[in-house]
Design a protein around this ligand. Structure first.
Ligand SMILES: COc1cc(/C=C/C(=O)SCCNC(=O)CCNC(=O)[C@H](O)C(C)(C)COP(=O)(O)OP(=O)(O)OC[C@H]2O[C@@H](n3cnc4c(N)ncnc43)[C@H](O)[C@@H]2OP(=O)(O)O)ccc1O
Length: 453
């Protein structure tokens, strides 16, 4: 997840070396069309978006690539199978066929216009093998596989979702999606994509139908703020990292942690017994990258630094959110430390701070976060912050539209320079790819620290 609205997520960052694949990948798009729900759906009303949906209204671009394979059971080509299935799945997910608007409370809502999702077919003048491996984002190349509405100046001028299906010369194809995070979080997005996929495979009913009503997450009246909510705190950059970022090229690299290496990371966090022998992979890995990035950026010891990450609140709400909840069920939690504190303490300290931040997320914490937005309309701040986004358990591999699991899938870009993404990697998805961007000299320092593990 990301926390600030951008005109277009794809334009947010520059990637070194992005030109090579872009030069090979030349995509010719057809005219965009609107795919409306295949049956009548509620129209003419406003669809409520909760406070958890409000401050992550940013477009997330992802690509799913499929190798050449015999046609799907239906016998159709990928473009027509995906287009028809989209119309059918939108009957269940009809808010995606509407358009974003501002409600009377001055919040984002969906105008249920029933207009439809934007769908574009396209042709690439090369083979799928010419697409970079998606381990490191390459917006110049991959951006051609996703459709952005030209000239849209803000998210109100962008549809909640666009889909582009690109045919490759080899017979493979790519599905590129641009979906607004205010419509759903990673889990919700995957439930939608996988419902669309099973519809394309001919399923008569959805395995997980969406639970449409988001009013279960309405703020309390009056709002009750019972936590300090440091996620909104603006921490001054006393280390002047702005100069470092301004003076050097931003490099992107991904670091693969296979199960053995992950176990070594956990071992480091557990070594001094400070965590009582209990620490998850996520806690240990997050603590590791928080410390390594702090060191690599050369933060001064007095520099306060914030770690933010999303926690899936579905099972933590009381009562839990209904199955198939269509919307953001995630909440940001945080940990704070000075650079000196992080780096002079053993790895267990950082991992322990992550653990405390996970444990802090209770029903009351999440209700307080909802109420905080109600009272302040504030957005989380990324100043002096690392935001870790965990996609490692998202079911990208289930997006089988009839041509098998995607040969590769992933994001087109990282949304902000403060974001690190954890992605599942490997056949059994037991490895984690840590994807990040840093100024060149800091990336070298980060690389050295990773090489030690
Ligand atoms: C709009 O279009 C989009 C959007 C997107 C993407 C959007 C987003 O990024 S939204 C944010 C997505 N991330 C999350 O929702 C995070 C979900 N994870 C959690 O909430 C975790 O609980 C945690 C807070 C990160 C902490 O994790 P952890 O410390 O690992 O603790 P537990 O979860 O309790 O796990 C403990 C232990 O249990 C095992 N386990 C639990 N669940 C699973 C699972 N599902 N699979 C495998 N194993 C599991 C595991 O053993 C854990 O221990 P280990 O030490 O062995 O790891 C994208 C695309 C779009 O189009």
């Amino acid at each position: 997840m990301v926390v600030e609205a951008k005109e277009n997520g794809a334009a947010a960052v520059a990637v070194a070396g992005g030109g090579k694949a872009a030069a090979k990948l030349m995509v010719k798009r057809g005219e965009p069309e609107l795919v409306a729900p295949a049956e009548a759906t509620p129209t003419g009303e406003k669809y409520y978006l909760s406070n958890l949906d409000q401050n992550i209204a940013v477009i997330v671009q992802t690509v799913y690539c499929y190798k050449p394979a015999p046609a799907a059971a239906s016998g159709g080509d990928a473009v027509s199978v995906l287009r028809d299935a989209l119309a059918r799945v939108l009957v269940h997910y009809y808010p995606l066929a509407g358009r974003l608007t501002i409600s009377e409370e001055m919040k984002l809502a969906v105008d249920l216009t029933g207009q439809g999702a934007v769908f574009v077919e396209a042709d690439a003048g090369c083979d799928l093998a010419d697409v970079s491996d998606l381990a490191t984002p390459d917006p110049a190349a991959l951006g051609q596989l996703v459709y952005s509405v030209p000239g849209a100046k803000n998210i109100l001028e962008m549809p909640p979702m666009t889909a582009q299906v690109t045919r490759f010369k080899c017979g493979g194809f790519a599905l590129g999606l641009a979906m607004n995070h205010c419509m759903f979080d990673g889990l919700g997005a995957m439930e939608f994509v996988n419902s669309w996929a099973e519809t394309a495979r001919g399923a008569a009913e959805l395995t997980v139908p969406p639970f449409i009503d988001r009013s279960v997450l309405r703020a309390r009246d009056p709002p009750v703020i019972s936590f300090p909510h440091h996620e909104f705190e603006e921490i001054p950059d006393i280390s002047d990292t702005a100069a470092l970022y301004g003076g050097q090229e931003l490099l992107y690299r991904s670091f693969c942690f296979d199960p053995d290496r992950l176990e070594r990371v956990r071992g480091l966090a557990l070594a001094d017994g400070g965590l009582g022998g209990r620490c998850t992979t996520f806690e240990a890995l997050s603590g590791l990258v928080w410390r390594a990035r702090t060191r690599a950026l050369g933060l001064v010891p007095e520099q306060r630094t914030k770690l933010l990450f999303a926690v899936d609140g579905r099972r933590r709400f009381e009562p839990p959110l209904p199955r198939g909840y269509f919307g953001n069920g995630i909440v940001l939690t945080n940990a704070l430390a000075t650079a000196g504190d992080l780096l002079s303490s053993p790895p267990s300290h950082a991992a322990g701070l992550v653990q405390d931040a996970v444990r802090m997320v209770t029903d009351e914490y999440m209700r307080s976060a909802v109420d905080y937005f109600e009272a302040t309309r504030a957005r989380p701040s990324l100043a002096s912050t690392l935001l870790i986004t965990t996609w490692s358990r998202l079911a990208f591999q289930d997006a089988d539209f009839g041509w098998g699991a995607p040969a590769m899938s992933g994001p087109v870009t990282l949304p902000e320079k403060e974001v690190i993404l954890f992605l599942a990697h490997g056949k059994e998805r037991k490895s984690i790819n840590v994807l990040l961007g840093l100024p060149a000299s800091a990336m070298d320092a980060f690389q050295d620290l990773m090489d030690e593990i």
